[in-house]
Write a new protein. Structure first.
Length: 462
């Protein structure tokens, strides 16, 4: 029997049972403890064909000794990911197409399990033949980088002449093959005023998604201050993104989580307030040398995936989930679990890992409530709407609950919710009114439950 215990938890890092935000209670459990990550970033090589000033690769200070995955090791990693019910995989930095055979093999193997694969690449090595191969292997999307509409600025930031044209050519090849391709612009001091014009340039290439994201402090690179764009620059870049959205009606966003107290500078910035850092909570990164770390920005290894299983390494990353690395000022903030958070690694490289994010503006905290109201979605009356469960959703059972996934979207649901959705998956369509009668569930509870699923694209109205 299904009880009236239906719920969708919108934040895997949110504990609604805490009545107060004190360091003692938070240190007990800052984030929900999962058995394994939901997504994994895999670096197939530590080699790259450009040398971007903002890159967190260590090429600028370390001796160039490159590591690479081979197909045999790639298979061993995929086996562990499948065994632990990981939902999605990013094939990521440095430049995956340098090891094209391994990259293609990973995409093909992951697709066999009907799971989501995405690629980060500068696309300079992409050819029409490779693009066709990726398309046939069901590559979900590509994220690439263009640092400016201005060729001279772009090549200066990437430290390679003539590569601007190669990136543009790669973008066009991917789009010609109908591969969903997004372009990210990393905002530094050198291109902080180029956001709007860069989109204008990309618009004529028929790019559909554009991101302008602040730099994150590169690992072990000294004297980055001369390139670093700070708070006012980043705020201006967000204004430019809003202008792009208003003028072109296009999809714009950021790729990092910005502190909510920074985003309050303008209520329009609520558009960017849904991002939360997933490192160590739902995701991790596997280096090309097989070491596992919390994210691409972190340099601490939690051991080698070929010397210990993924689930054991995941458990060892507890320090990130207990809350012990949080700043005291953030712990006392009433919006801690609503916040888009802050980058612990930015704090670490700027001063100390337990200090506040360098982009935080705590003086804005009293104004945050107004922004949260902007984000609130009205509960629609779905009682007689004809709906169906999206066939792409995947479930993973956890202790006392279940994770529901569709591509890059995840949510925790109760076991009762899981049982109900499993039943509804057998139907071509359903209405809330009919479900309430069949399973004897309060119709208002059902309406609230399905509104949340609809907002997260887990169900469709037909």
């Amino acid at each position: 029997m299904i009880k009236n215990e239906l719920n969708v938890d919108n934040g895997l890092n949110e504990n609604s049972n805490w009545s107060s935000n004190d360091s003692k209670s938070i240190s007990k459990k800052y984030a929900k403890e999962l058995s394994a990550p939901l997504s994994v970033q895999i670096e197939v090589t530590s080699s790259c064909n450009v040398s971007c000033i903002h890159c967190y690769n260590t090429w600028q200070t370390w001796e160039k000794i490159y590591d690479h995955l081979d197909i045999e090791k790639a298979d061993r990693i995929v086996s562990q990911l499948v065994e632990n019910w990981v939902f999605s995989m990013w094939i990521t930095w440095w430049e995956p197409l340098i090891k094209k055979e391994v990259t293609s093999h990973l995409i093909e193997q992951w697709n066999k399990h009907w799971l989501t694969t995405r690629l980060n690449s500068n696309l300079m090595l992409l050819t029409p033949e490779i693009a066709k191969e990726f398309k046939s292997s069901k590559l979900r999307s590509i994220l690439t980088s263009l640092t400016s509409f201005d060729e001279e600025t772009h090549d200066k930031i990437t430290w390679r002449k003539w590569n601007f044209k190669k990136v543009i050519e790669g973008i066009q090849i991917a789009l010609d093959e109908n591969i969903k391709t997004g372009v990210n612009m990393v905002v530094t001091k050198l291109n902080r005023d180029h956001v709007y014009k860069t989109w204008e340039f990309l618009h004529w290439l028929w790019v559909k998604s554009f991101f302008a994201t602040k730099w994150s402090w590169p690992v072990n690179i000294p004297n980055f201050e001369k390139y670093a764009a700070w708070k006012d620059d980043i705020i201006n870049s967000l204004h430019d993104l809003i202008k792009v959205k208003d003028d072109f009606w296009m999809n714009v966003d950021i790729l990092e989580c910005y502190p909510l107290c920074l985003l309050w500078e303008d209520s329009d910035f609520s558009l960017f307030s849904s991002h939360k850092c997933t490192a160590w909570i739902t995701s991790l990164t596997i280096w090309a040398n097989w070491e596992v770390r919390a994210c691409n920005h972190a340099d601490k290894s939690y051991w080698n995936i070929f010397k210990e299983d993924l689930s054991s390494i995941w458990k060892r990353m507890q320090e990130w989930r207990t809350g012990e690395l949080l700043p005291e000022k953030c712990i006392s903030c009433e919006y801690l679990f609503k916040c888009t958070w802050w980058c612990r690694m930015d704090a670490y490289w700027c001063w100390d890992i337990k200090m506040m994010d360098p982009f935080a503006k705590p003086e804005n905290i009293p104004k945050i409530a107004e922004m949260l109201k902007v984000n609130e979605k009205n509960t629609a009356e779905l009682y007689w709407k004809i709906m169906r469960i999206d066939s792409w959703i995947v479930f993973r059972e956890e202790n006392g609950c279940c994770i529901i996934n569709k591509w890059v979207s995840n949510a925790i649901i109760t076991k009762d919710s899981w049982i109900l959705l499993q039943n509804l998956l057998k139907n071509e369509y359903f209405t809330i009114d009919a479900v309430a009668k069949e399973f004897d569930i309060d119709i208002k509870i059902l309406n609230s439950f399905f509104n949340t699923l609809l907002n997260k694209n887990f169900i469709k109205i037909i």
